[in-house]
Every structure is written in structure tokens, then in C-alpha cells.
Design a protein around this ligand. Structure first.
Ligand SMILES: Cc1cc2nc3c(=O)[nH]c(=O)nc-3n(C[C@H](O)[C@H](O)[C@H](O)COP(=O)(O)OP(=O)(O)OC[C@H]3O[C@@H](n4cnc5c(N)ncnc54)[C@H](O)[C@@H]3O)c2cc1C
Length: 187
């Protein structure tokens, strides 16, 4: 019988080694979610991961329920999602699960360009109405600390993980999404 465990460790701790020491009976695991808390990183505090794992011991097996999505194929008109915040991105991802191409329209710019405007605001107080802490690719989620735990994370092995302010967005910007999703910026 699989058992769920949850713990938080510094980002540079090796997960397997941690499990060997603290959960020696665990022989295999699936990562259900992995959330990064980078608050305070700019003050020298180490970023930390909170893991939520499904684990098994010797002689046990995983009981996984695989979600099956019916292929609905392209719809007559592509669904239009307003906003490339976490809500919009995950809506697009769910459409993709069903094989439905969609379009996201986003009033702001791509995350890396958005950062320039935000930096200008923080440094010089120049406010851009379309690219700020709330508007632009990633939405307000761009500045989340990783607590936006989603069940898509285990399948996101194409994620970028990096130490920058873009970490949360990179978690959300799953490369696969671009196969079936078109994102239009500056709308
Ligand atoms: C400073 C800050 C820190 C936060 N920290 C955390 C945290 O640490 N952990 C956590 O879990 N949550 C955090 N939150 C909350 C989290 O960011 C939100 O719950 C989440 O972003 C909501 O997602 P959303 O997609 O619904 O909306 P949003 O993230 O607001 O995304 C909406 C998107 O729609 C776009 N948009 C708006 N109007 C239009 C329009 N007319 N046309 C086209 N596009 C449009 C915006 O540009 C934006 O990209 C934080 C929020 C803020 C503001």
C-alpha cells in the first residue's frame, strides 16, 4: 500500500540521499508535487523545496489511477483564453489534454521582457500599465514562491528549473503547451 509523505528540504539536498537517511524503508517513490519556496533568496536565505511523494516499501506496489482524456480533436473555433496567468496556462494545458488547440491572449509581454519593465518600476518608479507585477506572461503567478501546487507537475519533466525570479513561470510554461497552444502577447 503506497504511503504519502511530505517534507521540506533545502534546494541543494539530494532527494534520494534524504530519503535513504530519513525514510530508509522506502524503495521507490513518485513525486506528486514539488513546490519551490524562494522567498528570502535575495537576502541569502536558501530556497527550499516542499515535496509531496507517493512512496512504497519492499513488496508494495503503486496503485496509480491514470487519468484518461478523450481526444476531442480540434473544435470548429479554437477556444480563446484570456490571460497567460496560472489559470490561463492550466486551462490551455487541460484543453491540450483533450487534444483541443486553443489560443491564449495576453495583454502583457513575454516574461523575460516583462521583467525589464518591472525592474524599471522597482528602480525608478516608472510604471507600465501592461507589464507589471500582475500583468504579463505568467500573471501574478510569476512572483509566486512555488506554492501553486498543481497535479500536472509530476509529468512536467520538460520544465526548466533555475535560480531566478522566473522559476515559477518556468514551472508553468511547459514546453508541450506550445504544441497545441498559441500565445498572443500585447493584446
Ligand atoms: C505579489 C504577489 C505575490 C504572490 N505570491 C504568491 C505565492 O507566493 N504563492 C501563491 O501560491 N500565490 C501567490 N500569489 C497569488 C497568485 O499569484 C495568484 O493566485 C495567481 O497568479 C492567480 O492566477 P490567475 O491566472 O487566476 O490570475 P493572474 O495571475 O492575475 O493572471 C491573469 C493574467 O491575465 C492577463 N490579463 C488581465 N487582463 C487581461 C486582458 N484584458 N486581456 C488579456 N490579458 C489580460 C494578465 O496580464 C495576467 O497575465 C501572489 C500574487 C501576487 C500579486
Amino acid at each position: 500500500m503506497a504511503e504519502k509523505i511530505q517534507f521540506t528540504i533545502d534546494f541543494d539536498i539530494d532527494l534520494d540521499q534524504y530519503l535513504e537517511v530519513h525514510f530508509p524503508l522506502v524503495v521507490d517513490y513518485h513525486i506528486l508535487s514539488k513546490a519551490l519556496d524562494a522567498r528570502g533568496a535575495n537576502r541569502g536565505k536558501k530556497p527550499r523545496y516542499t515535496y509531496h511523494l507517493d512512496t512504497i516499501k519492499e513488496g508494495e506496489r503503486f496503485q496509480r489511477k491514470n487519468e484518461v482524456f478523450k481526444d476531442l480533436g480540434p473544435l470548429k473555433t479554437k477556444p480563446i483564453i484570456v490571460g497567460a496567468g496560472p489559470g490561463g496556462l492550466f486551462a490551455a494545458l487541460r484543453f491540450q489534454d483533450y487534444g483541443v488547440p486553443s489560443i491564449i491572449i495576453e495583454r502583457g509581454d513575454r516574461a523575460h521582457r516583462r521583467m525589464i519593465h518591472i525592474a524599471k518600476f522597482w528602480r525608478y518608479g516608472e510604471f507600465d500599465t501592461e507589464n507589471n507585477v500582475c500583468y504579463g506572461e505568467g500573471g501574478a503567478g510569476l512572483f509566486s514562491d512555488g506554492k501553486l501546487i498543481t497535479r500536472v507537475l509530476p509529468m512536467c519533466n520538460t520544465l526548466w528549473i533555475a535560480w531566478s525570479i522566473l522559476v515559477p513561470l518556468k514551472k508553468l510554461r511547459i514546453f508541450q503547451i506550445h504544441i497545441l497552444v498559441q500565445i498572443k502577447f500585447d493584446c
